[in-house]
Write a protein that binds this ligand. Structure first.
Ligand SMILES: Nc1ncnc2c1ncn2[C@@H]1O[C@H](COP(=O)(O)OP(=O)(O)OP(=O)(O)O)[C@@H](O)[C@H]1O
Ligand SMILES: [Mg+2]
Length: 238
């Protein structure tokens, strides 16, 4: 498999404080990779660096063989990178449908807009029944589904998911993770998921990286990471 995303020696700092230091990772075409780690590890910063929301201090970000590090967020989105940010940010005073439609701004996604919308509504039936409702009046779980759905409306090649489980109860988290697995089964999509729910995320993904205080401390396949004593000691309470 060829690398869709290749990151080498990435460094990001906020006012002199290093949030990411020398991070290298890659995601192959069609792969599902997760980055797990505790609060403040730099997970959100990593996704922001990939989508262009924060400035990179050092290192390279290549998407499909092209150095995208200097491109605007809009250019990167146009190339096929969709970022579903942390905290399920939707436009609260727009309807569910309008929020979804905004996801298909990407020129490449526009011709298949109706088809994408149908696919998203089939994936999240609750959004269909609430299509005319204002997004701000949805429950937290429904807003997360809407944020995910909007990301899919861009028909991305690479989907960046920032902690879709954040602040949600266990049942809804399970449902959202199941839907992510379903998205993966239905269409060929490369996914990079960052999560604090280490076990659940590793169980979903093909491969993972453990990020701690801005550095990759461990990397490997799903089975190897789940069985690793360091992962078990730190995150599984073993
Ligand atoms: N805009 C900012 N200005 C200054 N410091 C920041 C900013 N954003 C993040 N940081 C700091 O960078 C570090 C990494 O933050 P980041 O949000 O990437 O972590 P995270 O792994 O996503 O954490 P969480 O699991 O809590 O979402 C933290 O120490 C955080 O305080
Ligand atoms: Mg975060």
């Amino acid at each position: 498999m060829s690398a869709m995303l290749k990151i080498a020696g990435l460094g990001v700092s906020y006012g002199g404080l290093h949030a990411l230091a020398d991070v290298s990772l890659d995601v192959a075409d069609g792969e599902f990779v997760t980055i797990v780690g505790p609060n403040g590890a730099g997970k959100t910063t990593l996704l922001k660096a990939i989508s262009g929301a924060v400035r990179v201090e050092s290192g390279h970000i290549e998407f499909r063989g092209r150095d995208v590090g200097a491109l605007s967020p809009a250019r990167r989105a146009a190339l096929g990178i969709a970022h579903v940010p942390e905290g399920r940010r939707v436009f609260p005073s727009l309807t569910v449908l309008d929020n979804l439609e905004l996801g298909s701004y990407r020129a490449a996604a526009r011709p298949r807009r109706a088809e994408s919308l149908e696919a998203v509504l089939a994936l999240f039936p609750v959004l269909r029944s609430r299509a005319k409702q204002l997004a701000g009046s949805l429950s937290g779980g429904e807003q997360q589904m809407l944020a995910l759905g909007r990301g899919l409306m861009a028909q991305p090649d690479l989907l960046l998911l920032d902690e879709p489980s954040q602040g949600l109860g266990p049942r809804i988290v399970e449902q959202i993770f199941e839907t992510i697995a379903e998205i993966r089964r239905r269409r060929r999509l490369t996914i990079l998921l960052v999560e604090q729910r280490v076990v659940e995320a590793l169980e979903l993904a093909d491969r993972g990286y453990v990020l701690e205080t801005g550095r990759v401390v461990l990397a490997g396949g799903r089975g190897a990471l789940l069985a690793d004593p360091r992962v078990q000691g730190a995150y599984l309470g073993a």
